[in-house]
Design a protein around this ligand. Structure first.
Ligand code: HEM
Length: 115
């Protein structure tokens, strides 16, 4: 699942940038004179943010699975218990941040032609 998400997010961002260049080639210097340009910038930054937190989620989830495997069949040490606790607090938080940034990207992109 993580691989599929990574590939689809990369394709979305790369083709989004290509789309901007195709739509505005020749007048990129005036892109920020328009609401469209600003909407694209905000959407782009939100996409990069979502991509970054998505990568963080993947890394933390991998760590959680590895830790879960290491403590299977025995009681965790206090350090392992604390790390597991910290991971289970951070993972949903980072997941929510990814969702919010993705929603910002969708909203700004869909609204771009109207602003
Ligand atoms: C999380 C990643 C992204 C999502 C979810 C997303 C979503 C969308 C949506 C919903 C639209 C509106 C389509 C329509 O009106 O029919 C759109 C349009 C567009 N997106 Fe994205 N996008 C993403 C990333 C990017 C990136 C990184 C760029 C490049 C900076 C980009 C460039 C564009 C362009 C140029 C349009 C056409 C805008 C127009 O109506 O003139 N997208 N995108």
């Amino acid at each position: 699942m993580a691989k599929v998400m990574l590939i689809s997010a990369s394709i979305t961002i790369v083709f989004g940038v290509i789309l901007v260049l195709r739509l505005r080639s020749g007048n990129l210097d005036t892109i920020f004179d328009t609401g469209w340009g600003w909407a694209m910038l905000i959407g782009f930054l939100a996409s990069i943010g979502a991509f970054t937190t998505g990568l963080m989620t993947s890394a933390l989830a991998k760590r959680m699975v590895a830790l879960g495997g290491a403590i299977a069949g025995r009681a965790p040490t206090p350090e392992e218990g604390a790390e597991m606790q910290s991971l289970s607090t951070r993972l949903p938080r980072i997941g929510r941040a990814t969702a919010v940034m993705s929603l910002i990207a969708i909203g700004t992109m869909a609204a771009a032609r109207f602003v």
